[in-house]
Design a protein around this ligand. Structure first.
Ligand SMILES: [Zn+2]
Length: 395
């Protein structure tokens, strides 16, 4: 399918979605996620965060929530989910009665993307701050990621149901961070869904980190988090790095790659063979600064090299965990690589010069990135994390 066709289908879907939206009275929000480099955000303890991606701090002050969150007084639903710099700004109603989510786009035939906000979790966006998707085959549905709460998981299922009544057979979790996996329990309760995840996911589910992270989310969206529990995958992906397992369902084949632990306790990339689409999880970010609190920055670079060498010439579309999907030459991968490389270089120099952690983080500013969403919230914790990596490498 040509790119124009993809965009046309996306536009049709979003018009339908807008119609539904108007009928439901969901209200939207403005994007406030441009970071303020002067904002150290130490009270959020981002630097100390672990695989949850969030600190167990329940009460951030309201101003901060809005700086990085989603105020409910404006709305933007993009025309398409491919090659756009304008992510949705949606506020979701707390009592949504598990209705379909409004930002659904068909990015290829039978391939759907749920396009999330780029923001921190708050009461307005209710944790809908990452992407997910699903593939409809003639024998059932394969979901990829499950969004950020049990309620969002139920709404994702309702969204799938708005497109097809075929059974949901698989849920593949690209990694265990909350914005990607906390809806998984809704799929588990549905029954008949085989959950596929990285073997490292088990470590996370059986750690205290998941409790702290869930508690943090309850501070904003307690109702939506009701019934939350970690979901152990039925099929664990591990083995050699960049090895793959195939899933055949009906007329479609998916390959699930172990990309190591570049961003979490274990990260997967999903290749949808016939459509030449890659679901890359958080291996690259589109229009947002990454968050590094677990994983390994060197592995990010290795994973990106593998991705581009293996599929850069062959893929038609890459769907990241955050931001719009992208067509070749997939500039988000190079952009994320530049940020990570730049920060590694900066922190390596700081360690070599004998700077302490605090001084190194204070001088870690990267002006070229300060207008990018979530820089203000994530950059200093990222600098902190990479500094420690560089220190470890040296000693
Ligand atoms: Zn993410």
């Amino acid at each position: 399918m040509r790119r124009a066709d993809i965009m046309l289908i996306g536009a049709v879907i979003v018009l339908v979605a807008l119609g539904l939206l108007a009928g439901r009275g969901d209200h939207g929000s403005a994007d406030t996620t441009h970071g303020d480099p002067a904002e150290p955000a130490p009270h959020r303890s981002r630097a100390a965060e672990t695989a949850g991606g969030e600190a167990p701090v329940a009460a951030a002050d309201p101003e901060l929530r809005h700086e990085f969150g989603t105020p409910p007084d404006a709305r933007h639903v993009p025309e398409r989910a491919v090659d756009t710099d304008e992510p949705p700004r949606l506020a979701l109603e707390p009592e949504a009665e598990d209705r379909p989510l409004p930002t659904l786009y068909e990015v290829a035939e039978g391939v759907y993307m749920l396009f999330g906000n780029i923001a921190e979790v708050d009461e307005s966006n209710r944790g809908f701050n990452g992407n997910a998707g699903f593939v409809v085959t003639d024998a059932g549905v394969i979901a990829i990621d499950s969004l950020g709460s049990p309620e969002l998981g139920r709404r994702m299922i309702a969204t799938i149901r708005s497109v097809t009544d075929k059974p949901i057979k698989y849920l593949i979790l690209t990694h265990s961070h909350p914005d990607h996996s906390y809806g998984a329990v809704a799929f588990r309760r549905l029954g008949g869904v085989t959950v596929v995840g990285h073997e490292g996911t088990l470590d996370y589910i059986h750690s205290e980190r998941i409790d702290g992270s869930a508690e943090y989310r309850r501070g904003f969206i307690a109702e939506d988090m009701q019934g939350f529990e970690g979901v152990e995958p039925d099929v664990l992906i591990g083995g050699e790095r960049f090895s793959k397992r195939s899933i055949h369902l009906g007329d479609r084949r998916l390959e699930v790659y172990n990309v190591g632990q570049h961003h979490s306790a274990g990260d997967l990339v999903v290749r949808q063979v016939e459509a030449r689409i890659l679901w890359i999880g958080d291996l690259a970010f589109n229009g947002r600064v990454t968050f590094m609190a677990d994983g390994h920055s060197k592995q990010i670079l290795e994973g990106q090299r593998w991705l581009m060498e293996s599929f850069g010439e062959r893929a038609r579309l890459m769907v990241p965990g955050h931001g719009s999907a992208q067509t070749p030459p997939f500039p988000m991968v190079e952009r994320t690589r530049r940020y990570v490389t730049g920060l590694r270089r900066k922190m390596a120099r700081a360690v070599e010069q004998g700077w302490g952690l605090q001084k190194a983080v204070e001088r870690s500013h990267m002006p070229a990135w300060e207008e990018v969403r979530l820089y203000g919230l994530n950059h200093r914790p990222n600098a902190n994390f990479v500094y420690r990596e560089m220190e470890m490498a040296l000693f």
